[in-house]
Design a binder for this molecule. Structure first.
Ligand code: NAP
Length: 314
């Protein structure tokens, strides 16, 4: 008999069915079942569930869950919604996602490094004007967050000869990266970087961290890329720093409210590039294989992968 694994998600019906098919193909020994389709017995028997933005009341309906496996890397919502003594939350750590995110960091770093927003607006005005092009080795990229994603992005930038600074809570050392740690060293990284890339989780400590004071600590004419979560950056303060010329450009993939509302001034701001949360998408095939591997190990040995530190929030 196949082991039933609940799938708890609030995404669109078609998206849920596509996930169930991909997960089912990756773990043929299991039956992946939507929460609504589970019998009372199956709900009581469930020890592990696969989740994507789950409704917490659905999870509460499975009182014997030991752990949940998220399909996303960012888990701030579920961390905020599940009780502290609830099931262990395992987030997705997929090397393919890290590679895809590193590609995005490089792509949008090059977009800024090669002055693409400026040449695009010159074209609109039919202006033929060349600007100074510094070498990558003369540009410092500051990564805020040196975790699963930040470390791979750092390596990619180093391959392209950019200078890289990495800032994290603990000061994770990565070869070739100048390392900074803790709140006291944040202003130093900001002051050194020509492009600041936000790649850390949204937690009680990081919410609003990149505020007016921190933006003022950035180099005159520097740019910001936010690929992590919208609320880490104070949007009003960012717009103010762009408007008065302290900052040159912002590439934003994540926002306080998503989709970005039509009335947001960011849509039409000449110094802002708006992306629809596309920098590091979960790949169904590679993610399903990772989730399947973790669940297979659990079913065979009872070993639960390392979970999110609930007190730290990530
Ligand atoms: P991770 O492996 O948990 O790494 C988080 C990094 O942030 C670590 O280096 C950590 O420091 C640092 N950090 C956390 N809190 C900090 C604080 N208060 N001060 C300084 N540093 C702090 O996370 P990840 O896999 O790299 O992912 C990062 C985030 O990217 C996710 O949480 C998610 O929100 C976002 N994301 C976005 C997309 C997208 O498409 N836009 C896709 C995937 C992920 P330590 O090293 O000291 O622990």
């Amino acid at each position: 008999m196949k082991t039933v694994i609940p799938f708890v998600a609030q995404t669109h019906e078609r998206d849920r069915q596509t996930w169930i098919a991909a997960l089912g193909a990756a773990m043929p020994q299991c039956e992946i079942k939507e929460f609504a389709a589970l019998s009372a017995q199956e709900r009581a028997a469930a020890r592990v569930a696969i989740v994507a933005d789950p409704d917490p009341s659905d999870l509460a309906g499975m009182p014997n869950l030991a752990w949940v496996h998220s399909l996303w890397a960012g888990v701030e919502r579920i961390v905020g919604e599940l009780p502290m003594d609830g099931p262990t939350i395992v987030r997705l750590e997929d090397p393919q996602m890290a590679a895809t995110m590193a590609e995005a960091v490089l792509a949008w770093t090059l977009y800024l490094h090669r002055d693409m927003p400026r040449y695009r607006s010159q074209q609109a005005e039919k202006i033929w004007r060349e600007h100074e092009l510094p070498l990558p080795s003369e540009r410092t990229i500051g990564l805020l967050g040196m975790g699963a994603l930040g470390r791979v992005a750092a390596a990619k930038l180093l391959q392209q000869s950019f200078r890289v600074c990495g800032w994290s809570r603990s000061g994770t050392d990565v070869e070739g990266v100048e390392t900074f740690a803790g709140e006291t060293e944040l202003d130093r990284v900001l002051g050194l970087s020509d492009i600041v890339v936000v790649l850390m989780p949204l937690t009680a400590q990081t919410r609003g961290l990149v505020n007016a004071k921190r933006l003022s600590a950035m180099k005159q004419g520097a740019s910001l890329i936010n690929f992590a979560r919208g609320p880490i950056v104070d949007t009003a303060a960012l717009v103010e720093h762009l408007d008065r010329g302290h900052l040159d450009h912002a590439v934003l993939d994540v926002f306080d409210e998503e989709p970005l509302p039509a009335h947001s001034p960011l849509w039409n701001h000449p110094q802002v590039t708006v992306l629809p949360h596309i920098s590091g998408p979960t790949n169904r095939t590679t993610a399903s294989a990772i989730v399947a591997g973790n669940i297979r190990t659990y079913l065979q040995s009872g070993r639960i992968p390392p979970g999110v530190d609930r007190a730290r929030g990530y």
